[in-house]
Design a protein around this ligand. Sequence first.
Ligand SMILES: Cc1cc2nc3c(=O)[nH]c(=O)nc-3n(C[C@H](O)[C@H](O)[C@H](O)COP(=O)(O)OP(=O)(O)OC[C@H]3O[C@@H](n4cnc5c(N)ncnc54)[C@H](O)[C@@H]3O)c2cc1C
Length: 422
Amino acid sequence: MRRRGFLGFSAALGATLATRSASLIAATPNAGRVVIVGGGWGGLSAASHLRRLAPQLEVTLVERNAAFQSLPLSNQWLAGRVDDALINHDYARAARAWGYRFIRAEVRDIDRAKRRVASAEFSLDYDWLVLSPGIRYDWAAWFGDDSRAIEQARHNYPCAFVAGDELAALKKKLDAFAGGDLLMTIPPMPYRCPPAPYERALVIGQYLNARRIKGRLIVLDPNPMMAAFSRVFADQYAEQIAYVPHAAVKAVDPFARTISTSFDDYRFDDAILMAPQRAGELARRAGVVGDDGWARVDPLRFHVPGDDRVFVIGDAVGKVSVLFGHYPKSGHMAARQGRVVAGEIAARAAGRVPQVQLPDSTCHVLTRLDPPEAMRLDAGYRVRGDGEIAQAVQQSHDPNPRGEDVAWARGMFAELLAYPLQ
Ligand SMILES: Cc1cc2nc3c(=O)[nH]c(=O)nc-3n(C[C@H](O)[C@H](O)[C@H](O)COP(=O)(O)OP(=O)(O)OC[C@H]3O[C@@H](n4cnc5c(N)ncnc54)[C@H](O)[C@@H]3O)c2cc1C
């Protein structure tokens, strides 16, 4: 580690650095340094699997947030169906349990020629770098470089599709909503967790209904609707949810509170604005983003083309197949990619040629709240004879879910955060 401002850095270090346990520090420290930036589903998985697969490597996880916040189950948290303990988790505890180093910092620069990442206070050298920066909102698609409009939309109309303060702000917004038109835009595909906005709409429909609020949620959807939700929207929330298909957003005025689509104009009293999404800013800083705004990676091994020291995983990853385009942008998928990349690095560090492993994805989503019904989406992958990755998706309807979504999350937290399985 190189120091820029020793005092600033040591203060940050004292507050946020969890060092490896004594027995693990005794392992060969010079076998190789892995730096992982982004402590979401992909980064936490890469860190924990590296400790299991290659304990001789020095692993450092750098994350800007103080705590890990799970977006899976966050709609249920908004609905008051799960408590905080399932949503917010301690990074330092996970780092101690797995035996890696955790640094709370925002990485600003990546110098791939020197193999170095830097925050405002320090820089870290790496032998292998794993980036799992998630997504960013592409406000420029709506507002160009109008920073006032961007700030107005970001501050007043959060959608909580990125971990951090937005989820609490959204809850506050819903608690304060007294009536009128609440408008929600769904981003154009690809975006993270495609069923999540529909599940969110159900939560809000139920909320308006239960509190007898004279208001409606207008959902503007530019994508084909997910069929599993249409029946419930129409049967249960006809008065609370106005669903508008083929509604590609053309213009947004966050001051006048208006939105135009190709067909109509809308005025809103309040809004949840889901802007188009792209790979997290860090991927751009690493110089790995293509013209479509997503990270270019080797589809089988996740390293950056031409740089097998740098991997990008998770929702930031761009097209991997001509057959289906992007991998599903799910936490499960990001975690599986973290495991794949840990295997790649472990093998390369040991001088072995890594075997190709393909990820998989599972997603549980509520399609009805009362009485609860759920849908499970499973995606599996294989390499076809011509080298393309093929996808098989299975969708199953569960008319009587018994907490499978929470059980799934607990299983993932055990894997990522070293919790005992309950
Ligand atoms: C409402 C909702 C419900 C969802 N439900 C499910 C579900 O049921 N099942 C499921 O599998 N998935 C679900 N998802 C999707 C899931 O949350 C994402 O797919 C997952 O978070 C992707 O993981 P990631 O590692 O790519 O990104 P993230 O989890 O977003 O992690 C990225 C991390 O990088 C950090 N970071 C970024 N830049 C920097 C930087 N410069 N320096 C330091 N740190 C940085 C961020 O702070 C963040 O912690 C849901 C998403 C939403 C919004």
